[in-house]
Design a protein around this ligand. Structure first.
Ligand SMILES: Nc1ncnc2c1ncn2[C@@H]1O[C@H](COP(=O)(O)OP(=O)(O)OP(=O)(O)O)[C@@H](O)[C@H]1O
Ligand SMILES: [Mg+2]
Length: 575
């Protein structure tokens, strides 16, 4: 198993070591019992020595109980170790996940991350438990049983030695065939999780587009594919049983035949023959266990790799060595900034952004969809790092700030904003855990959220469902603005955050900003000219480039794009 994964065993090393030790003791007892049995037959029963029968019988019973106790204890320790290992794995993965930057998150799909944290960890947990119990038990059993059978009767033991490789080859052939099917099946499991997750998330869209049948078909296809593969793999694995039984009975027949002759000629005792039968069961059994372990490891290998991908993913945005802990003011400087999601300059999404924004200014940002507006503002709180050039906030390169400090001072209402399950108050406190009720009400008043919150029967204690499904789009946007305001930031960025709010309320929000947070630099991305026309300056972005910067009047005079947008919206308004 993967080394990186094993590091997560940590405090569960003790049970992880204890379990195989205990199981070895169990195996020794199990191998010892047939020898005691043969002595009991030869020296007790055949010689009609009842005292010997009693002694050996008691010894056998004791051995059996000790073996049982060791087995149970080993099982307990293995469960402790594997469950603890799984807990640590999940913890470590989750921990690293929290450090991921936006570009790290872009790399993995959400559903895949969930499968990795759940199913994959369970696979590895099961494999780990098997390894520390059976992977130790089977080889020890094999070796000890082999040695014991040679001790009892080397000639007859040779039969067992010959049967073992035949069985081994058979098993290898079976698993060679089944392995790729298992690997394929697990990939399909991933796909199924993906389909289910996407469906459940977008169930409203599915319904409104009447796509249920299509979705059912998609699901049926992948689940049938899993079924087919599962049947195929199991069919191959099922040859295991007959193969083992054939080997066992062949060995038994041979041993009976040769053994009987030896017993008659006096070179073997009845007891020895009986014990050889026991070993005939134990040896193939342990070989089969070995093969099962191999399957388990093969299955879990894919899972282990997927887990270590998460564990080893290096967050590409990290804190600098000596971070600046204070943001002087809300001024922003872009110095020939280039940005690309794919780290290739020729595929730049932002090209040569060069601009200065004074602290406390209100800046409107206008541009068509996909022009790069969101990408532009996401660079300021370092959600992504620039590909080339520098961005300064308060006169300091954003990469020199402590990450928490810069993100606390640059509050951003993301275009795809999210509320979390919990009360409105709990959600608002994401902005500031120590916010008083007055501060919360004040922020909500500026964001024009207070009136609708107060209208809820439970007011600020109203419970928001996961994803904010029980509030309207516009209400959600206003709550998100209030949450950002509570951070009391030096820079506030609204990425299309009033798109679902009516024009009158939008104007009220803008008015509130000017009145209550005049010192905060405000960047407002909007589709509506009315949201930005009163800004100190407006940036027009077109196709990843700054097309123009100016006031509403200036741009109306000499910017074609701005004029066009303005005219089209005015016409709509006039009608
Ligand atoms: N996470 C991402 N990974 C790769 N490419 C992305 C990512 N996000 C955006 N892009 C690409 O970058 C370009 C700019 O996208 P951006 O989101 O900045 O546009 P936008 O101006 O905010 O558009 P909209 O008005 O629709 O929000 C687009 O071509 C988009 O396809
Ligand atoms: Mg956008």
């Amino acid at each position: 198993m993967n080394k990186r994964l094993l590091r997560s065993v940590r405090e569960f090393k003790r049970p992880a070591i204890l379990s195989p030790v205990l199981i070895s003791c169990e195996v020794i007892m199990e191998v010892l019992m047939p020898i005691l049995m043969s002595k009991l037959i030869d020296n007790g029963i055949k010689k009609e020595n009842m005292t010997y029968v009693w002694i050996m019988g008691t010894l056998l019973l004791v051995c059996m109980f000790i073996s049982m106790a060791f087995g149970a204890l080993s099982g307990r320790e293995a469960a402790k170790a594997s469950a603890g290992f799984a807990k640590n794995l999940r913890h470590d993965m989750f921990h690293n996940l929290q450090k991921f930057s936006f570009s790290n998150i872009d790399k993995f799909k959400t559903s895949s991350i969930i499968t990795r944290l759940t199913t994959d960890v369970t696979n590895v947990q099961n494999a780990f438990q098997m390894v520390i119990r059976i992977a130790v038990r089977a080889p020890i059993m094999l070796i000890f049983a082999m040695c014991a059978s040679f001790y009892v009767n080397p000639k007859v033991a040779l039969i067992l030695l010959c049967i073992a490789p035949v069985l081994m080859i058979g098993l290898v052939i079976i698993f060679r065939y089944a392995h790729p099917i298992f690997v394929r099946m697990f990939k399909k499991f991933d796909l199924m999780n993906n389909v289910v997750q996407e469906n459940v998330r977008g169930i409203r869209v599915v319904k409104s587009f009447v796509r249920e049948d299509h979705e059912i078909e998609k699901f049926t296809n992948v689940s049938s594919a899993i079924r087919n593969d599962s049947v195929r793999a199991e069919r191959a694995i099922n040859f295991n049983g007959p193969l083992m039984m054939t080997s066992v009975y062949t060995a038994m027949l041979l041993i009976s035949w040769i053994g009987a002759k030896m017993v008659v000629s006096g070179s073997m005792t009845d007891g020895e023959l009986a014990s050889m039968f026991s070993y005939t069961m134990q040896i193939p059994m342990s070989l089969m266990m070995v093969s099962m372990i191999i399957v388990m490891l093969v299955i879990s290998r894919t899972s282990a790799e997927r887990i270590s991908e998460i564990l080893e993913e290096q967050p590409d945005i990290t804190n600098p060595e000596n971070p600046v802990m204070k943001v002087a003011d809300g001024s922003i400087d872009f110095n020939h900034v280039f940005f690309s999601y794919s780290k290739k300059k020729e595929k730049s999404c932002l090209m040569d952004f060069d601009l200065h924004i004074n602290s406390g200014e209100t800046v409107g940002i206008i541009g068509g969809t996909g022009s790069g507006k969101s990408s532009f503002v996401q660079l300021i709180p370092r959600l992504y790092d620039v590909t080339d050039g520098t961005i300064k906030v308060g006169g300091v390169d954003v990469r020199n700030y402590d990450l928490d400090v810069i993100r606390d001072n640059v509050a951003m209402v993301l275009q795809k904003n999210v509320l979390f399950s919990g009360t409105i108050k709990e959600n608002l406190r994401w902005g500031n855990p120590n916010a008083t009720d007055e501060e919360m009400i004040q922020a909500c008043k500026i964001a024009q959220a207070d009136s609708f919150i107060s209208a809820f029967p439970e007011g600020y204690d109203t419970y928001i469902e996961q994803g904010g499904t029980n509030v309207s789009g516009g209400q959600k946007q206003r709550l998100c603005i209030a949450r950002a305001l509570l951070k009391n930031p030096k820079i506030l960025i609204l990425d299309d955050s009033t798109s679902a709010v009516d024009t009158a309320t939008d104007a009220q929000i803008q008015k509130g900003f000017a009145e209550y947070i005049p010192g905060t630099t405000k960047l407002i991305i909007a589709q509506r000219i009315s949201s930005v026309e009163h800004a100190d300056k407006i940036i027009v972005i077109d196709n990843g480039k700054i097309d123009a910067i100016g006031t509403h009047e200036e741009l109306l005079k000499d910017n074609e794009i701005y004029k066009e947008v303005y005219e089209s919206q005015k016409k709509g308004g006039d009608q």
